[in-house]
Ligand binder design. Structure first.
Ligand code: ADP
Ligand code: ZN
Length: 217
């Protein structure tokens, strides 16, 4: 099954995608994670992407489309995968559909994580991320056992450059202008389920599980 998770930054897509990985075994393909790892490794893609990401803009479509086209050829994707943070523009969604048609595949469903901007800002400005394993924490709602230390691996926790308040509002505006039109794109394709992402993580997991069962083909 091929699932698209759609929603603004901070809506919890990544958290829920990680839960789906352990429950259903489909890999989570996060273009944000792929780009951050390209930056950490200093690859040409990373060097190109960094400037866009630091200011909260989107990385060019060709770059992320190629990342996904390559990654989805791996054998762990053969039973399906979860797209987290891709597609983010209509052009990316069209490129994805074209790529899948050639492989006799299709997107089965798109789940929209619906949440207000004020809650997003609160979540992202308190977010801390492990430099080593990517685990996420929150200064108020999900504190690590020891301040600034990852519970999972012991590495240090940082605030992502793009989680600073000024960049967060830019990312939200990019979301509303460039990504939100995908809601209609998938609604017209009769593939959309809307989920209330302002609930607790456990409630969202439950809602997601119900939504996915209704799309199993
Ligand atoms: P979030 O969903 O919290 O914004 P991500 O980790 O998904 O975080 O993305 C971080 C940044 O990576 C984005 O602001 C953007 O610059 C870049 N990025 C990730 N995915 C895409 C994509 N599909 N298209 C263009 N840029 C992307
Ligand atoms: Zn860690």
């Amino acid at each position: 099954m091929i699932v698209v998770l759609l929603g603004p930054p901070g809506s919890g897509k990544g958290t829920q995608a990680k839960r789906l990985v352990s429950e259903r075994g489909w890999p989570q393909l996060s273009t944000g994670d792929m780009l951050r790892s390209a930056i950490a490794q200093g690859t040409p893609v990373g060097i190109e992407a960094k400037g866009f990401m630091d200011r909260g803009a989107l990385v060019p479509d060709e770059v992320v489309v190629k990342l996904i086209a390559d990654r989805t050829r791996a054998s762990d994707c053969s039973a399906g995968f979860i797209l987290d943070g891709f597609p983010r523009t209509i052009a990316q969604a069209q490129a994805l559909d074209e790529m899948l048609v050639l492989r006799q595949l299709k997107v089965n469903c798109a789940i929209q994580f619906e949440i207000g901007d004020d809650l997003v800002v609160r979540r992202l400005s308190g977010r801390r991320t492990c430099v080593a394993c990517g685990s996420m924490y929150h200064l108020e709602t999900l504190k690590p056992a020891h301040a600034d230390v990852c519970d999972q691996c012991g590495a240090s926790l940082i605030q992502r450059d793009d989680d600073r308040t000024d960049v967060v509002s830019k990312r939200l505006s990019v979301y509303h202008h460039q990504t939100a039109p995908l809601v209609d794109y998938y609604r017209r394709a009769e593939k959309l389920t809307v989920l209330n992402a302002g609930q607790s993580p456990a409630a969202v997991t439950e809602g997601l599980s119900v939504a996915l069962s209704s799309w199993v083909t």
